[in-house]
Design a protein around this ligand. Structure first.
Ligand SMILES: *Cc1c(COP(=O)(O)O)cnc(C)c1O
Length: 361
């Protein structure tokens, strides 16, 4: 091993978090969302560890094909359906499920002949997010058309997505639930509403199938809390090590722009980790990290390959000592808050040069 930057992915923690989904939403079908390379954790290893999920949810056919090529035969749902008609033969061949959210998709499905495997499809309704889905007014007609498509069977039910479920004080979720109830033709029609925030905070949104993403990876989507408070375990720990220690003088500027000025003579550590690895460039001085398992603070600007660390509290720290940027012992949610971003974006942002190392327990 040369450069030490690596993301350790704990598959036992992942399975534990899937269990937490089952506890929070008992008896519901689970569509485990593993789009975007399983939120940066690695698509295939995560899918293999989640073999207990009912369905795997991905964003596009390329992700689904990677799963099938790896021999994964769990049902797979394309959360945004298909983008172009040339995907439809592949969808049939690999027995993928789709979400139909727009008129253009309906038109393509209507011109598809019945021969071959029928395509199971959810119909998406826009209950207030105003991103994808048929408006409540257009829904009944869309349902009739989808149901009549010879190539589609069965129509799995109605799907919608919550816009503000991370905020328990916001009224939008109740409105969205009411709008969905109003268009659901009868209780025998299945509904899928809840993302992680719905699962954790809105029991009325659990419906028939839940769609956990971020909580599987151990982070809470709820404002101002961490996954740990919900009994979740962090799955990804981002690690590196000290590659240099310098003894700076009072008044020395550290890093690009000299944005951090040493208030006294002090040791400054350098870790092999930067925005080229996906560490957030906007993390300010003071953002916590762990050196030898103990809290220390980032100082100065984040560079592409390196960050600088205030080592005043650890005068014995040495080159080669371990540095943890987030994960075990340091919630990604806390780093995200410092850098004005989300744990979602931190995880997805870890770049391909960071080796993923898988552990189990
Ligand atoms: C990404 C996604 C989810 C998962 O959301 P989390 O907030 O990560 O739980 C659920 N449903 C759909 C349609 C998605 O695109």
């Amino acid at each position: 091993m040369s450069r030490a930057a690596r993301a350790v992915v704990d598959l036992a923690a992942l399975r534990h978090n899937l269990q937490q989904v089952r506890h929070a939403a008992p008896r519901r079908r689970i569509i485990a969302v593993i789009k975007a390379d399983a939120y940066g954790h690695g698509l295939v290893p995560v899918a293999q560890a989640l073999d207990d999920a009912d369905v795997l949810g991905v964003a596009c056919i390329e992700e689904a094909l990677r799963l099938r090529e790896a021999g994964i035969d769990t049902p797979i749902l394309l959360l945004e359906g298909f983008f172009h008609a040339d995907e439809l033969p592949l969808i049939r061949r690999h027995q993928l499920q789709i979400v139909v959210h727009g008129e253009h998709q309906l038109a393509m499905l209507e011109s598809l002949p019945a021969q071959g495997t029928a395509i199971p499809a959810w119909l998406k309704v826009d209950t207030g997010m105003h991103r994808l889905g048929f408006s409540p007014e257009a829904l009944a007609a869309a349902w009739r058309r989808l149901d009549a498509c010879p190539a589609v069977a069965p129509v799995l039910g109605l799907m919608t997505h919550l816009a503000n479920a991370d905020d328990v004080g916001d009224g939008t979720t109740r409105q969205q639930l009411a709008r969905l109830a109003a268009v659901r033709p009868d209780p025998a029609v299945a509904v899928s509403i809840a993302n992680s925030a719905g699962i954790l905070a809105w029991p009325d949104s659990h419906g028939d199938a839940v769609r956990p993403g971020i909580m599987l990876y151990g982070a809470s989507p709820m404002l101002g809390e961490t996954g740990r408070q919900r009994g979740l375990r962090p799955v990804m720990s981002l690690h590196s090590e000290l590659i240099s220690i310098r003894h700076c003088k009072k008044g020395d500027g550290v890093g690009y722009g000299g944005s951090w000025v040493c208030p006294e003579d002090m040791p400054v550590g350098v870790a092999a980790m930067g925005y080229g690895d996906g560490y957030p460039r906007h993390a300010p001085s003071g953002t916590p990290l762990l050196v030898n398992g103990r809290r220390a603070a980032l100082i100065g600007r984040v560079s592409m390959d390196m960050i600088c660390i205030d080592l005043r509290a650890q005068p014995a720290a040495a080159v080669g000592d371990p540095v943890t940027l987030w994960g075990d012992g340091l919630p990604a949610e806390e780093i995200a808050a410092c850098a004005s971003t989300l744990a979602y974006a931190l995880f997805c942002g870890v770049t391909s040069r960071v080796e993923r190392a898988y552990i189990d327990g």
